[in-house]
Design a protein around this ligand. Structure first.
Ligand code: SAM
Length: 388
């Protein structure tokens, strides 16, 4: 039997996280070559982030089979968390599958076509520690791809799937969970909320964002190419990468999700301009959502981290694929902040606001005699509890 103790004993003191030392300069300055060199999918979650989120869902786990389908159990913080909290959460079974790699190094290099899976059914010898004699390690026939037939068989056994899946396959990953009607708590980048395959699930309340979000740091493999920002090497030589916009996606409810956002501003047409091409007003900051406005409001995607379905309804998004524009522009002249002009069609890609004078130091657009500025992608919402 494979020895899983080294993982299980990295214990509560975990891996080094000292963020000082060698901030490393970018060696290959083209982001294109960086994207090619770095395996965008190899980001390893810290146990603190798992704990911070999972504590909100404890009641959902009693008697449940949990499946971690993108996790090398020998190194996964998710496996560590659930095996050590197995009894506390009242789990029935924990299953983990590992993609390709069979070696016990920290980061998979995907050099083996055969993967393992692991099952744990709780502490048997009473020491409250998941020992290697209690964890059954088995070989998969294939590579452990979450889409493979044998991984899907394990998925069918599962009640709740929890992991940080490969970023590059996020759309497909979510589609599979929905297809198999699974409960899930998964970590991803907030950019995903505007995806055509993801946003409708959020709008339709088939899933929502979890309790914690924002800055998170991940261990990355040795072969990760250094970059100028959000990258460092700790004193132990471990490479790290952080992202400022991480969030969890889930379809399990939690209490915090039903807390009202306290609103204090009142609507005025001067402070909240209407879009020219959407039937909504622009609200640039979540804290500025007016408490007394009963029409549709455009808010930044970050709103979804605060969304309480009892307080607001999500009605759309200003992405062209959603197609709720009330107006389409002919070709526009773009005038950059340096005065350079070009003919574009960009104004049709998002919400626009008509202005009377050219904005200082900002790009704007001209259609005939009319001037416009463009806002970033907005989620369209309506307040269900309008005050006053
Ligand atoms: C973002 S990393 C997260 C790893 C681990 N879940 C964690 O949170 O530390 C995504 C993991 O998915 C694995 N992976 C990539 N493609 C996969 C696939 N098709 N099926 C299953 N796992 C995959 C990668 O090797 C990588 O370990």
């Amino acid at each position: 039997m494979r020895d899983v103790r080294p993982l299980l004993r990295y214990g509560r003191n975990r891996l080094p996280e000292v963020r000082n030392s060698r901030m490393v300069a970018e060696t290959q300055n083209s982001s294109l070559s960086r994207a090619k060199t770095n395996k965008e999918d190899e980001f390893y979650t810290q146990i603190e982030d798992v704990e911070r989120e999972l504590k909100h869902y404890r009641k959902h786990f009693k008697g449940k089979v949990v499946y971690l389908n993108c996790d090398d159990p020998r190194v996964s913080a998710f496996f560590h968390f659930f095996s050590y909290n197995f009894e506390k959460f009242g789990l029935k079974k924990l299953i983990a599958t590992c993609y390709k790699n069979q070696k016990r190094d920290l980061f998979s290099t995907h050099d083996s076509e055969r993967a393992i899976f692991l099952e744990y059914e709780g502490d048997k010898d009473g020491d409250r520690i998941p020992g290697d004699d209690e964890i059954e390690v088995k070989y998969l026939n294939g590579d452990g791809d979450f889409r493979s037939a044998e991984a899907i068989e394990l998925l069918k056994q599962a009640d709740i799937v929890v992991t940080n899946p490969p970023f590059s396959l996020f759309r497909e990953y979510v589609a599979q969970l929905i297809e198999y009607n699974k409960k899930f708590i998964i970590l991803a980048n907030q950019n995903a909320v505007t995806y055509q395959e993801i946003f409708p699930l959020l709008m339709g309340e088939k899933m929502w964002l979890g309790a914690s979000s924002g800055d998170m740091s991940f261990r990355v493999p040795d072969h990760y190419t250094p970059r100028e920002t959000r990258f460092w090497i700790d004193d132990a030589g471990q490479k790290w990468r952080s992202f400022g916009n991480m969030c969890w996606f889930t379809n399990l409810d939690y209490r915090k999700r039903h807390e009202d956002l306290i609103l204090y501003k009142t609507y005025s047409s001067e402070e909240y301009p209407s879009y020219d091409n959407y039937d909504a007003i622009d609200v640039g900051r979540i804290a500025d959502i007016p408490k007394d406005y009963d029409g549709i409001m455009g808010v930044t995607p970050g709103f979804l981290t605060k969304h309480n379905p009892d307080q607001f309804e999500i009605v759309g998004i200003t992405q062209s694929w959603f197609d709720c524009r009330i107006k389409t522009y002919p070709q526009q002249t773009q005038i950059n902040s340096n005065g350079a002009t070009s003919l574009v069609s960009k104004l049709n890609d998002g919400p626009s606001i008509k202005v009377n004078v050219p904005p200082k130091g900002k790009t704007y657009y001209k259609v005939g005699a009319n001037l416009y500025v463009k806002a970033y992608a907005r989620i369209l919402i309506r307040n269900k509890k309008v005050e006053g």
